[in-house]
Design a protein around this ligand. Structure first.
Ligand code: RIB
Ligand code: CA
Length: 313
């Protein structure tokens, strides 16, 4: 029996991050060592509170470490138009049953990696500020990172600007540090996550479940309505859960190993991931970029994790 994959989830809950937490907690494979929060969809106070509320909803006592309040260089850009003022609008969630640990998220990541008896997979579903600072604070941890699987960027899609995806756009310098770190990277970008849609009918079907599924019926209804209003997307794009699913079962995505660079200077293109699909730059590949997904398998993973969360209550 192979040892479970040890993971840390760095996130900015956020509706899809919240479902990523459920998938990480209620799947056989990963051993979730901790959740670290970062400013992105909302302020870090709100993303931290939301992570704690989701864990209280699903009855899991996973350590949560509060992280960076703003990007490395630019000003913080949040997404209340997508996730609401709380960052998790659309359902009444319980108050947190416990608070965050005293450690800063960056310190938590560094200590946990150094103490781990085996390499750890970092799953990042928000701006990469915490991950970048951990790599700068403690370069030695690179050898203890199995892989960074990040939701972010795109080869041929965008949502924050005409050319950039939100997580990379919020902190391009952090993304540059990660993509040039030499650590193995899997980039789960909008090319596949905008296709990882839960339909309105599937969202409504959650209402027939227990308290966890009923809460996510409200959350995902709010989130899907915002995505349709803003981006014309029909359904709920499960960006972050797909990154977690790709760790649990790598066959749920199909990747191509290519070079990815992050634009830092363009006045119109800052935060764009330049994904060299046709290898025109001649630069060495530094990431596995997801270009296709097994949508039925992914949906089964997500819906069964939600069912297990209700059964465990
Ligand atoms: O572009 C989608 C990403 O930005 C997701 O991680 C979503 O939660 C937001 O953080
Ligand atoms: Ca996110």
């Amino acid at each position: 029996m192979s040892a479970k994959k040890r993971i840390i989830l760095d996130c900015d809950p956020g509706h899809d991050d919240a479902l990523a937490i459920v998938l990480a907690c209620f799947s056989e494979e990963p051993e979730l060592l901790g959740i670290t929060t970062v400013a992105g969809n909302q302020t870090v106070d709100k993303t931290t509170r939301n992570a704690l509320r989701v864990l209280s909803l699903i009855g899991k006592d996973i350590p949560v470490a509060r992280g960076c309040e703003r990007p490395l260089v630019g000003e913080l850009v949040t997404a209340p138009e997508v996730h609401g003022e709380s960052g998790l609008d659309g359902a009444e969630l319980p108050e947190p049953r416990f608070g965050p640990v005293r450690e800063h998220a960056v310190e938590f990541i560094v200590r946990t990696l150094r103490e781990s008896p085996s390499p750890v997979t970092l799953i990042a579903t928000g701006p990469l500020t915490n991950v970048a600072l951990a790599l700068r604070l403690a370069p030695d941890i690179a050898g203890k990172i199995e892989r960074i699987v990040l939701m972010g960027g795109a080869a041929r899609d965008a949502n924050a600007t005409p050319t950039a995806e939100f997580n990379i756009f919020v902190d391009p310098e952090a993304a540059h540090i990660v993509f040039t770190s030499g650590v193995p990277i899997t980039m789960v970008g909008l090319d596949v996550t905008n296709r990882a849609l839960l339909t309105p009918e599937e969202i409504q079907g959650l209402k027939d479940g227990g308290p966890v599924r009923r809460a996510f019926a409200g959350l995902l209804s709010f989130y899907a309505a915002a995505n349709e209003r803003l981006l014309g997307i029909e359904g709920a794009p499960l960006h972050d859960p797909l990154a977690v699913a790709a760790v649990i079962d790598p066959s749920v995505i199909t990747t191509q190993r290519v070079h990815v660079a992050v634009e830092l200077c363009g006045s119109h293109t800052r935060g764009t991931t330049a994904v060299d699909l046709y290898r025109v730059t001649g630069k060495p590949s530094n990431a596995e970029v997801a270009l296709d997904l097994d949508l039925p398998r992914f949906k089964r993973m997500v819906l069964s994790a939600l069912e297990r969360a209700d059964r465990s209550g």
